[in-house]
Design a protein around this ligand. Sequence first.
Ligand code: SF4
Length: 548
Amino acid sequence: MSSLAATVQNIFDEPGCAKNGSKSEAERKNGCTKQLQPGSAAGGCAFDGAKVALQPFTDVAHLVHGPIACEGNSWDNRGAASSGSNLWRTAFTTDLSETDIVFGGEKRLCKAIKEIIDKCDPPAIFVYQTCIPAMIGDDINAVCKAASQRFAKPVIPINSPGFVGSKNLGNKLAGEALLDYVIGTQEPDYTTPYDINLIGEYNLSGELWQVKPLLDELGVRILSCISGDGKYREVASSHRARAAMLVCSKSMINVARKMEQRYGIPFFEGSFYGIQDSSESLRQLARLLVKRGAPTDLLGRTEAVIAREEAWAWAAIEPYKPRFEGKKALLITGGVKSWSVVAALQEAGLELVGTSVKKSTSKDKERIKELMGQDAHMIEDMTPRELYKMLKDAKADIMLSGGKSQFVALKAAMPWLDINQERCHAYMGYVGMVKLVEEIDKSLSSPMWEQLRRPAPWQALAKAMEQMQSPVAAIACDPALAETARRARKICVCNAVDLGTIEDAIYAHGLRSVAAVREHTNAVGGCCQRRIEAILVSEPSAMRQAAE
Ligand code: SF4
């Protein structure tokens, strides 16, 4: 078994993953990749997953060993933010060509590493394996090892070629590379009893900076954030933290569990989305730190900060609650913790009509049931057609989702808010919760939706034209046709005698009674008696006048 295959198998056996735990040994060997259905999209590859998980390390050069399209596919596709270096956003690739495929790409990789060191001198280079060099047998582990020794610089192989599996597997392979080559390789300048790691936190739109001031106020230091706004030196020395918070368990559970096993760093799974979840996470961090030797006054100070922030946040969202009364939301998240966002939306006074659970763990689903009730509408997979129908039938007033589903909402002319990794606004912490409420309100009350739902001018014109071309419109426009249609109206349905026949008989013979009409026409005069009487007393029609 190659070392990559062994690592992949090891991930499938991850005891921290509830999904793995519920599988048989044979099922675990098959991994988590599901057979695609016709019409579905495949999502990102394992390389893409590794790149997404590690690219937020801001001072690292991320070198993609493969054809240029792999880098184009994965470059900067998450809205993470940096407080310092911008090197992470520079795209580096070996841009393999046909010649490299024939003769091998290892020399080219070595040259690329040297060029990056000469031009940028980063603290480390992450080298990502992709499908083509993996298939032609380029040994990036050996190249990185040789380059590290030659240039006296950490050159880290991220062995996650696209073909090994899903994007999520790539997230975990990225974590394995950190555990194997980075974490524990350096020492921090100093340590404190308040040092923590945040694992699986990506600082989307800079949202971590909305929570960091509160941690600073409590004296809690983020020794390392893996990987949002992360620095190489910080993650290399993260093994000295006292406690850890796991933000995205789906992508980095293996990192948190193995750091606990290797370095004794306890962790909990928490969230900074929503008021109560933010408070609970601060509380749990304080408790873990105190357990690991931090002074106990941290607990009281944390409660004081929570009380102040909660009071501010509840007061700030109160004016929106009457505006949200009776409003229903549909939540389709990709990566963000669904249960946490459900709680946040309920805090804002919205009713949840459904939430996606495609990327949720079984623990997450239990939490959603606790919040939304046992009958919660949990959507494993919903086609765009079903989403559209749900919105169009007004089962929801707003959809919160990622960019991929935005066009479904726009087509249904329903309000939509971006809540996934590409979003422009930061929703973390107390400040983020107020921002989320503001943005939902803006989206719900935008005058755009009413205008969008009105028929376009050309649609009104088309309807009028259609009406003009209908048989009814043709009859209305032509008096002769109209008269023919009038005379064709059935008076005696039993014997199929029309109005024209009866009128002609009345005027030809000067008839004055129903019995006389019965005598001169085939009309029965039973159930049609009233109608014949009405004709006998009616005003002369144009035809009668003409006949007279
Ligand atoms: S599937 Fe392979 S070739 Fe395609 S982007 Fe991923 S690594 Fe590159």
